[in-house]
Design a protein around this ligand. Structure first.
Ligand SMILES: CC(C)(COP(=O)(O)OP(=O)(O)OC[C@H]1O[C@@H](n2cnc3c(N)ncnc32)[C@H](O)[C@@H]1OP(=O)(O)O)[C@@H](O)C(=O)NCCC(=O)NCCS
Length: 156
């Protein structure tokens, strides 16, 4: 009898299904969105160089800055992350670490695109965020520009 060994390990991606709800329909949405900001590594974000206070964050939310802003929920209703579509057709998506890599981000972007069809969509990706670049490439996005910045150091 001979034993057979697999030289490459089989890896399975555990897919979790998701649903979405408008952030303005949930009283606790501001807290979840703020936690997502807190969890974000600095290299992940282009828009937030400094963490806003919770009051600043709430003021931003109440200004209804996006065409749509949705909480992403798991099938059992846990908040996994959030996604928005800006007035310039930019998609922004972020998941809590514990929900990343399970297909939720991909499903959420596809659902947003289905609900809000546009001629084209954009995604602004920090060049240091390879995971996000790979994510958007998988969804059919192509790199169209690199933007350089020369900004005063606001930490002084
Ligand atoms: C980027 C992010 C939204 C992706 O969502 P996700 O649910 O983790 O990703 P999915 O499981 O749906 O993966 C879909 C595809 O994206 C690509 N991808 C996902 N994570 C990746 C990683 N870390 N590196 C490279 N590619 C990655 C893969 O091609 C993957 O498909 P595959 O597993 O079949 O190969 C999520 O990881 C996240 O919130 N990261 C932190 C915040 C952030 O970077 N947001 C983007 C700024 S706009």
């Amino acid at each position: 009898m001979s034993a057979c060994l697999l030289s490459t390990p089989l890896t399975f991606k555990l897919i979790i299904s998701m649903k979405i709800t408008d952030v303005y329909q949930r009283e606790d949405a501001a807290q979840y969105l703020y936690q997502l900001l807190e969890e974000r590594a600095p290299h992940v974000s282009i828009s937030h160089k400094q963490m806003p206070t919770f009051a600043e964050h709430c003021e931003f939310m109440h200004g209804a800055p996006y065409v749509c802003w949705l909480l992403i929920l798991t099938d059992v209703g846990d908040v996994a992350g959030a996604i928005y579509l800006s007035k310039r057709d930019e998609i922004g998506v972020a998941l809590f670490k514990s929900y990343q890599g399970r297909g939720i981000g991909e499903s959420a972007v596809k659902e947003l695109i289905r609900l809000h069809p546009r001629r084209r969509f954009l995604a602004n990706v920090n060049p240091a965020n390879e995971a996000s670049a790979g994510f958007f490439r998988k969804l059919g996005f192509k790199e169209i520009q690199r933007t350089y910045e020369n900004a005063a150091d606001q930490s002084q």
